[in-house]
Design a protein around this ligand. Structure first.
Ligand SMILES: Nc1ncnc2c1ncn2[C@@H]1O[C@H](COP(=O)(O)OP(=O)(O)OP(=O)(O)O)[C@@H](O)[C@H]1O
Length: 606
């Protein structure tokens, strides 16, 4: 890697790469801009260095572990470099340079692992390459402030993309359907674009620019449109315009916030760091500002299930992490984590340093207060290395709060499909196998503990599997079925998406096995299952894909290249794929049972 970096340095002009000295140890000596994992170079962050010259792709090709390259805010000119030869890249940042010319349509064709493409603020022209919009893992796309023209190509995997900006180009025509999740700011500054996002109807003729003049001249027609031509009303119009602009800004901010929260529900979920807000607690609780001593007294009294004026404080059901009360939670700074099928989730860090997740559940009224307490205490007593045992709860008729420990590595969903850098990079085969085994053990434990429940877990999916520091999986959000309202059950719990429930409203422990199968296939293929989405848009129908490939004898093609490349464990991966397929059998009678799954998984050893 060092030699390659020196070769690369020679192709640059300018910049201050003085500590790039051959033999000094690029990773050991922390060469400027060089990111490493152990002794391997994984990223180049060469931003703001006034670099020009060439980007020596042959040199970069020698850095086998290279995953990300940033040349942001330099002075590179000419065509886009041949980065497409680096097929392992996850992220390309070329923003704020003077790259120009068009990018070949098939440029990104072999870059299936790319997640982030930032080409904004350059002078690129021509069409947006089709291959870019077909990338299966694309999450962030920034092309703003260029001269891209023509129509926007359809987005093949819209559910993956959470950050998109095509503004300030010369794009034209109707915005394709796959982009509907984004708002107008992602497209503004393209005079020829039209479509419902921009509130600008497309006529099917060519006269798009005429339309543009109309719509930009009165964007707030619906708000202040009446009588706007009269000179005598200039003042009123000015005030109206200001109000309208403020109104629009509020709408845009709210829409963006909402979209971000929606995105969390699809692909969890980088904490929204800037959205620091208090954990909202019921009025009755927040009216009195109790002293800490009072708070802990109340917390202690509430352990016994007591209440004050009909409103209970937090009820601790598991004191392994210490005691805390509602006051402690209220004082904690909180961040939105996501908005799932059961409600919203917040992270709160309390003054003693304990970080917890608070889930606000709205549709959990099946049980009265006492029965709910019994259920929660039962959950609080569970101890298993693969179970996330809740710490506390708060009961109100309209809303329940469930508090659990915060796991810094986050959910398996995010570690697998989001960009967690080194955390993702560590998902090698032995780690993935350990995760699969842990999930199966945890589920088996839940099946024993809640054997009498219609469906013991009910909501097994990768967003409800958290990872510990050591990549041990912890199952959360289980055994909610007896507490949840029927509408929440049907819409919010993943087991209710199993084929037998969709077909004939049957649910059983085998529905959990189906969910386990999806997770196993997700871990081995590295693909985001379409089954997690409500609208069926995006992701991959992982069950169908696996079945077809098994039938066509092409099982190895299913394996995530990140684990199959150069591995001598392909046989084990194939075995696990077959187990995943056995778990996702459409007919529950033909599907594997929980114990069979455990036995089969235990036979697979690293
Ligand atoms: N204990 C935890 N530690 C760390 N992150 C968590 C924890 N619990 C939840 N999260 C994060 O918060 C996100 C939102 O969780 P939430 O449970 O609200 O949504 P979900 O899992 O997508 O859907 P559902 O409501 O069906 O469980 C999760 O995807 C996960 O990334």
């Amino acid at each position: 890697d060092e030699e390659a970096l020196i070769k690369l340095k020679k192709s640059f002009i300018g910049g201050n790469l003085d500590n790039w000295v051959l033999g000094s140890g690029a990773c050991e000596k922390k060469w400027v801009g060089v990111m490493c994992s152990g002794d391997n170079v994984t990223g180049l962050h060469l931003a703001d260095m006034q670099l020009t010259g060439e980007v020596d792709i042959q040199a970069l090709l020698q850095i086998r572990g290279l995953k990300a390259i940033s040349l942001i805010n330099n002075s590179f000119t000419g065509d886009i470099p041949d980065l497409h030869k680096l097929t392992n890249l996850r992220a390309i940042y070329l923003s704020k340079n003077k790259f120009s010319g068009s990018i070949p349509d098939n440029y990104f064709e072999k870059m299936g692992l790319l997640k982030k493409v930032w080409l904004d603020d350059n002078q690129f022209s021509g069409r947006i390459p089709d291959s870019l919009c077909r990338l299966p893992n694309l999450m962030e796309l920034h092309l703003e402030l260029n001269q891209f023209s023509g129509q926007i190509p359809p987005l093949k995997y819209p559910a993956m993309v959470r950050d998109l900006n095509l503004s300030k180009n010369n794009l034209e025509g109707e915005i394709p359907e796959g982009y509907m999740q984004f708002n107008a700011t992602s497209f503004e500054g393209n005079p020829g674009l039209c479509g419902s996002i921009l509130g600008k109807e497309c006529d099917n003729g060519d006269n798009k620019s005429g339309q543009k003049q109309e719509s930009t001249s009165s964007p707030s027609e619906g708000i202040d449109g009446s009588g706007s031509g009269s000179n005598s009303k200039v003042l009123a119009i000015s005030i109206g315009s200001v109000v309208a602009v403020v109104f629009l800004v509020i709408i845009v901010v709210l829409a963006r916030k909402r979209r971000r929260e929606d995105e969390f529900s699809i692909l969890s979920k980088e904490p929204l760091k800037e959205e620091v807000l208090p954990v909202k607690v019921p009025e009755a609780e927040s009216t009195t500002r109790r002293k800490p001593s009072e708070s802990s007294r109340r917390s202690r009294s509430s352990k016994k299930g007591s209440s004050h004026g009909g409103v209970t404080d937090l009820v601790m059901v598991n004191e392994e992490k210490g005691e805390f009360g509602m006051q402690d939670l209220m004082k904690a700074a909180a961040e939105v984590l996501g908005n799932g099928g059961l409600g919203s989730a917040y992270k709160a860090v309390m003054s003693n340093g304990l970080a917890v997740v608070v889930k606000r559940m709205k549709e959990m009224n099946r049980l009265g207060k006492e029965a709910f307490d019994v259920e929660m205490r039962r959950l609080g007593k569970l101890r298993h290395p693969n179970i996330l045992t809740p710490l506390a709860y708060h009961f109100r008729r309209e809303e329940k709060l469930i508090v659990s420990e915060y796991m810094p590595k986050g959910s398996l969903l995010y570690v697998l499909h989001g960009d967690r850098g080194i955390i993702h990079a560590n998902l090698n085969w032995p780690t993935r196998l350990k995760i699969i085994k842990g999930i199966a053990q945890g589920l088996d434990f839940i099946h024993t503990e809640f054997a009498t429940y219609e469906v013991p877990h009910g909501n097994l999916k990768s967003s409800n599997i958290l990872l510990t520091e050591n990549y041990d999986p912890l199952l959360s959000d289980f055994a909610f079925q007896p507490m949840a309202n029927p509408n929440l059950i049907n819409q919010g719990l993943f087991a209710y998406r199993s084929p037998e429930y969709v077909r004939s409203q049957q649910i059983s422990a085998k529905s959990d096995v189906y969910c386990l199968g999806i997770v196993i296939l997700e871990i081995i293929t590295g693909k985001f299952p379409a089954q997690y989405l409500n609208n069926g848009k995006g992701g991959i129908d992982i069950v169908q894909w696996v079945q077809t490939s098994i039938a066509d004898n092409q099982v190895e093609d299913l394996i995530d290249p990140e684990i199959s490349h150069g591995s001598n464990s392909i046989d084990q991966m194939v075995k696990l794929l077959h187990i995943g397929a056995g778990c996702t059998e459409s007919n529950p009678d033909k599907r594997l049972g929980m114990k069979e799954v455990i036995d089969k998984i235990n036979e697979v050893n690293v």
